[in-house]
Design a protein around this ligand. Structure first.
Ligand code: PRP
Length: 181
């Protein structure tokens, strides 16, 4: 048995459920952005797997870029301190931009990212989030596409880590409490 599986107390979303939901979001984006060629900006590191699957579920031409930020360090709760570790490469001024993020916890990272990207004057800026944790919000946050809601539990897999591990689990699960307490 995969050793990482033993560290998971429950599987929340298996591969099939994740892919089914991503296909739905991809269809929505394809319909809403026809003839517009949006730029999808994946937020690293956690958003890399979601972005990779999402772009393949979109049937219109898109461009892809990445923004790397860091807010958590090795802990499990948001410090609210966001650092840009890798900037975007594309010129997004006058373009339609969709931010692709793995999870919204406090909402502070996404707010920071939106404020930052608006400074580059895109013509539109929407957000696509795989997981939303409403109970953890510290500010009012709005997003345009959302995969699933989760409770206030520590989730890993499908890009989400704990101390840089578990990102390669193909599903999203709850990490056993004894591993981080
Ligand atoms: C995670 C996640 C979001 C952010 C959400 O990133 O990918 O970017 O935290 O938390 P918030 O809503 O409380 O701001 P993290 O800093 O853990 O980096 P990573 O994506 O490299 O794992």
């Amino acid at each position: 048995m995969n050793q990482m599986n033993c560290d998971i107390s429950a599987v929340l979303f298996d591969e099939y459920r994740i892919q089914t939901r991503i296909r739905e979001i991809g269809l929505e984006i394809s319909n809403e952005y026809q003839d517009r060629k949006p730029i999808l900006i994946g937020i690293l590191k956690g958003g890399f797997i979601f972005l990779a699957d999402l772009v393949r579920s979109i049937s219109i031409p898109v461009e892809v870029d990445f923004l790397a930020i860091s807010s958590y360090g090795a802990g499990t709760s948001s410090s609210g301190v966001v650092k840009i570790r890798k900037d975007i490469d594309l010129d997004i001024s006058g373009r339609d931009v969709i931010v692709v993020e793995d999870i919204v916890d406090s909402g502070l990272s996404l707010q920071y990212i939106k404020d930052y990207l608006w400074q580059h004057k895109p013509s539109s800026l929407r957000t696509c989030v795989l997981l939303d944790k409403p109970e953890a919000h510290k500010i009012e946050v709005h997003f345009d596409y959302v995969g699933f809601e989760v409770q206030n539990e520590f989730v890993v897999g499908y890009g989400l880590d704990f101390a840089e591990t578990y990102r390669n689990l193909p599903y999203i699960g709850i990490l056993k409490e004894e591993l981080y307490q």
